[in-house]
Design a protein around this ligand. Structure first.
Ligand code: ATP
Ligand code: MG
Length: 565
């Protein structure tokens, strides 16, 4: 399936104009800058598709840069998972895998340069005092008593901070900007702090670490990034970004642009919250198929193409909004509808015995993998005396609108014959229905009757003797509230976790064509949804299938109700 051309957006327009004006010699160099302190989620996918997509479409390049300036929260496990996930999404950074930590020495030199220019000073207020001195939105801040330290003293102290002479919190390096600025970000922001921690790449080489606002813009400058695209919460930081760049005056000046981050209904996308879900074992790990992480979506069976299409569809705005998760599901269905083989499986099996079908006979039917396009292939489907149908497809006392199987009623078995129910057998103790007795009409092979009589339902089924057992896992939203981030005061987002977000069916039955299925393969189980073979828990004789999505698409309905989306 071909992907539609990427729709345009305000950042694309800016870049087109820059290229037309010959800015940066017409080059477009972007970067995706994750902090390796968690797994990537679908929100990051929006940023990845944007940054790599722009670079691709303008003949430029996109760097993958780890913003690893906080040794306390970062880990190589995350570094590896992030690379995997970006590759899986379909993007390639080529030679340009970078780490902010590779620039620590240069960043230190830039900091020294700022001190020499009188633009930065070592401040010895405590963290609390710094906060008090900062002022508020309505009141200006107060200058630090250390602001007037001489350049020599600042240089000496900063060197000694680096040498490890001081404890954490004893000093910080601050930019000397304006304590009365209406933009609080500009009130002498901290540039460096002491952290006596082991860094996952630089070990104990450093005990001072640059702050995001200092490291990020300078990393962009070092790499020659032309368009530095980030989410809206950094809008106020742009002034500081520009201030630092002005101070350093690099040969090529990067510019920051902001867009609205992705929010999704029934989903949390903050790493802090996702980490809690994992650590508090509300889910079974970062790759739990209910997680909005890329590893969770992948394990569930979501194709990367569907995520890319979704990212194109949601567009790009400068105003925060919430996207309905039904749109993501719609994009997944749209892709799988084109690609997934149609097969049959029974989730909750109910035995059906065809009395007039010989016990030892196996009739091989030919069933198309794509019923609408039979030319694309088929598989042999064994029809036998004993079959399984879905427990929910039979009712002993059917209400008016139930058209499926019931006593004395005839239905069609998909690709096979008409069968009529002539009796049921129940468990003598519990009264539960255990077996349906039927007859079949040999004249209806292929599913039509020569006398023209009609049936109102077609059921899926699997041969009891030729099928195989499987476990099937059905998923629902992880949260019961569409806005799980919106918690009452004193409340916690975990309170709206959905206790029914996962249902495990241990006795499912799959048709023989599925026996060879490999981990990660995706199918449509007719009438039930799209499923994927679990890559972790499947056993050779007992595959595990994750339901990716159901067949029911809510998106068109939702879209019609609120045309604005
Ligand atoms: P979180 O707020 O979940 O902790 P983050 O922004 O701290 O995420 P980073 O690793 O810093 O995570 O993010 C890397 C890039 O991905 C940044 O440019 C960030 O703006 C972008 N990004 C993160 N979350 C989203 C989102 N929900 N939608 C779009 N872009 C996002
Ligand atoms: Mg961040």
């Amino acid at each position: 399936m071909s992907e539609a051309l990427t729709p345009t957006n305000f950042i694309r327009t800016i870049i087109e104009e820059d290229v037309a004006a010959g800015k940066n010699e017409g080059q477009v160099i972007t970067r995706f800058p994750p902090e390796p302190n968690g797994y990537l989620h679908i929100g990051h996918a929006k940023s990845i598709c944007l940054n790599f997509g722009l670079a691709r479409d303008f003949g430029g390049r996109c760097h993958l840069r780890f913003d690893d300036t906080n040794p306390v929260k970062e880990d190589v496990e995350y570094v590896e998972s992030i690379q995997n996930d970006v590759r899986w999404l379909g993007f390639d950074w080529g030679e340009h895998l970078h780490y902010a930590s590779d620039y620590f020495e240069r960043l230190f030199e830039y900091a020294v340069m700022l001190i020499r220019k009188g633009s930065a000073y070592v401040c010895s207020l405590s963290a609390d005092e710094i906060r008090q001195y900062r002022g508020t939105l309505t009141e200006p801040g107060k200058e630090s008593p250390y602001r007037k330290r001489s350049i020599e003293e600042n240089l000496d102290l900063f060197q000694r901070m680096r040498a490890g002479e001081f404890e954490e919190g004893a000093h910080v390096l601050r930019a000397k900007i304006d304590m009365a600025s209406p933009n609080i970000v500009l009130r002498d922001p901290t540039l460096y702090r002491i952290r006596k921690a082991v860094h996952h790449r630089t070990g104990t080489t450093w005990c001072i670490y640059p702050m995001y606002d200092f490291a990020h813009c300078l990393s962009d400058a070092i790499e020659g990034i032309t368009h530095s695209i980030c989410t809206l919460e950094f809008e106020n930081n742009r002034a500081l970004y520009d201030w630092v760049i002005d101070q350093v005056n690099p040969p090529r000046r990067p510019r920051q642009y902001e867009f609205a981050r992705l929010n999704l209904t029934y989903t949390v996308l903050s790493k802090r919250k996702l980490i809690r879900l994992v650590q508090e074992k509300h889910v079974e790990g970062w790759d739990d198929p209910r997680m909005p992480t890329l590893s969770g979506l992948r394990r569930r069976g979501v194709p990367p193409e569907a995520i890319r299409n979704f990212c194109d569809r949601i567009g790009l705005a400068r105003r925060d909004s919430v996207v309905d998760v039904a749109l993501l599901e719609h994009c997944i269905r749209e892709y799988l509808n084109e690609t997934a083989l149609r097969v049959m499986a029974v989730l909750k099996p109910l035995k059906l015995i065809i009395e007039n079908f010989p016990e030892d006979r196996v009739e091989m039917l030919d069933a198309p993998y794509y019923p609408d396009r039979p030319e694309l292939g088929s598989r042999p489907l064994p029809f036998t005396r004993e079959l399984f149908i879905e427990t929910d497809d039979f009712l002993e006392a059917p209400p008016k609108k139930f058209f499926r199987l019931a006593p004395d009623r005839e239905v069609r078995l998909r690709y096979a014959y008409f069968v009529r129910c002539i009796g049921v057998e129940k468990n003598p103790q519990t009264g539960a229905i255990e077996t349906i007795r039927c007859t079949y009409d040999p004249e209806t092979r292929g599913g039509g009757a020569p006398d023209g009589r009609k049936v109102k339902a077609t059921l899926h089924w699997v041969s009891a003797s030729h099928g195989r057992p499987a476990q099937v896992r059905l998923y629902n939203h992880l949260f019961t509230r569409p806005d799980p981030d919106d918690v009452l005061e004193g409340g916690d987002f975990t309170e709206s976790l959905n206790p029914q977000s996962r249902q495990v069916l241990d006795n499912a039955w799959i048709e023989p064509a599925l026996i060879q299925a490999r981990a990660g393969e995706r199918f449509q189980f007719e009438r039930l949804g799209y499923f994927c073979v679990d890559e972790k828990d499947s056993l050779p004789n007992r595959p595990v299938y994750n339901r990716i999505v159901t067949l029911r698409d809510e998106w068109e309905k939702i879209r019609k109700q609120s045309p604005a989306t």
